[in-house]
Design a protein around this ligand. Structure first.
Ligand code: NAP
Length: 400
């Protein structure tokens, strides 16, 4: 019987017929969703021989919501994600000049989805601009609620900016140029530790080799530098029997997870030149944004990069495409559904439905290995058969 997913001290409780809310998304979203949902249903059906199924519940957001109910992010939608715990979404148009900075950011903040989880690994056959894309196998934990993304900004010349400049001059003697815009970069011990704790826990649970704290603490000592220090404190205080910092083990962690740190700019070089040395990455909001896209490019680009926004304590999570709505291709049944499909694969794993998630991966790998791909990969793959979004889903389902 259809039921909702709940959370207890033992973790998520997933019934055999969970109701899962989805937002199909704007622009190319409907094409991608139509293909993706068929892949998910087929994977679940094949994995459990009809013993489990997902009951999809559409909720509105973005352009479709605005057109139908006059609201970009209706309360019903937020409530559905709140009460059903696990959900998935396609890309959404960001309204211009409507007061909402971004619907994605709004959803993350309302549900306090503090981890942006982005696994980045290469699938055999995917065209890549680097020589060894197979060296990339990382899981990025990007902090989702703080940093300069918290949106605490004042426009240059505004009354508020003038007042703050005056205060900073009078109270701290800070002489900041009068025509400056100002932004506040909050990085808290609470926010940093819960993000790093989630990264360490996953590294321990999945027997990963290392966790790398990526920061710019040499320059921003009390924000990014503090993130690094809180990370190492956490290793000693809460994970001493399972993880060890580089300093405390001289680079030889034995059977524990190694925790190290790298300056953000150096990290962008390292992921290109020595990708195989990195595993789980924990970082703040802005660094995480840059690193995720740089890594996504190495393994085939945004058509295939998945993401999940998670609060491990409340159990809330929304999985989502990391690309936008690509409006110029809307309604053409043309773009790559890989990003939403792999976001769904992450969702299935979060639900503990690993057998279905494995089917999704098998189908994707096999279709790509047979060079059956959408336009974005076809233009970089010699001898490829270019197919539509829906046909790519067919090819995956046949090969599960
Ligand atoms: P975009 O929609 O990501 O598209 C940029 C380019 O990326 C496309 O022209 C296409 O490149 C490629 N691309 C995107 N999705 C693809 C797919 N599924 N398969 C293959 N290639 C794909 O970025 P944008 O044009 O800057 O943004 C459009 C709208 O999306 C804006 O309203 C923006 O605010 C919104 N947005 C939403 C999200 C979200 O909901 N998560 C994220 C980012 C942006 P080629 O033309 O080279 O083939």
């Amino acid at each position: 019987m259809a039921d909702i997913i709940t959370k207890t001290d033992q973790g998520l409780q997933v019934p055999d017929e969970p109701v899962i809310p989805f937002i199909e998304g704007d622009g190319t979203g409907p094409d991608i969703w139509a293909a993706s949902v068929r892949v998910f249903d087929a994977a679940v059906d094949k994995a459990y021989d009809g013993g489990k199924r997902i009951v999809w519940k559409e909720v509105l957001a973005g352009q479709k919501a605005y057109d139908e109910v006059g609201d970009w992010l209706p309360e019903d939608t937020v409530e559905a994600f709140r009460s059903h715990l696990v959900g998935i979404k396609g890309p959404l148009t960001t309204p211009v000049g409507e007061g909402i900075r971004s619907l994605n950011v709004a959803l993350r903040q309302i549900l306090d989805l503090y981890v942006c989880l982005r696994p980045v690994r290469w699938f055999t056959g995917v065209p890549s601009p680097v020589r060894h894309p197979e060296h990339v196998d990382m899981i990025i934990f990007r902090e989702n609620t703080e940093d300069v993304y918290a949106g605490k900004e004042l426009m240059a010349g505004s009354e508020e900016a003038k007042r703050l400049l005056e205060f900073l001059r009078d109270a701290y003697g800070w002489d900041i140029r009068a025509d400056s815009g100002l932004g506040i970069k909050p990085v808290s011990e609470t926010g940093s530790k819960r993000l790093i704790r989630a990264a360490l826990q996953l590294a321990v649970d999945q027997h990963r080799r290392s966790v790398t704290l990526v920061h710019k603490g040499n320059i921003m000592k009390y924000t990014e530098g503090a993130f690094r220090r809180w990370g190492y404190d956490l290793v000693r205080d809460e994970f001493a029997d399972k993880a060890v910092s580089w300093e405390d083990c001289g680079g030889d962690p034995g059977d524990k997870v190694l925790v190290q740190d790298v300056i953000a700019d150096a990290m962008l070089q390292q992921v290109l030149t020595r990708a195989q040395e990195y595993d789980v990455i924990a970082t703040m909001n802005l660094n995480g944004d840059y690193i995720s896209d740089a890594l996504a490019a190495q393994i085939g680009g945004i058509g295939i990069a998945p993401g999940g926004n998670i609060n491990y304590e409340s159990g809330h999570s929304i999985f989502e495409a990391t690309h936008g709505t690509a409006p110029k291709y809307a309604g053409q049944d043309k773009v790559n559904p890989g990003s939403v499909i792999l976001s769904g694969e992450m969702m299935l794993r979060r639900m503990g439905w690993d057998e279905a998630a494995d089917r999704v991966v098998t189908g994707l790998e096999a279709a790509i290995a047979d060079k059956i791909v959408t336009y974005d990969f076809a233009r970089q793959t010699e001898g490829a058969t270019q197919v539509k979004t829906s046909e790519f889903a067919d090819a995956m389902i046949e090969r599960m």
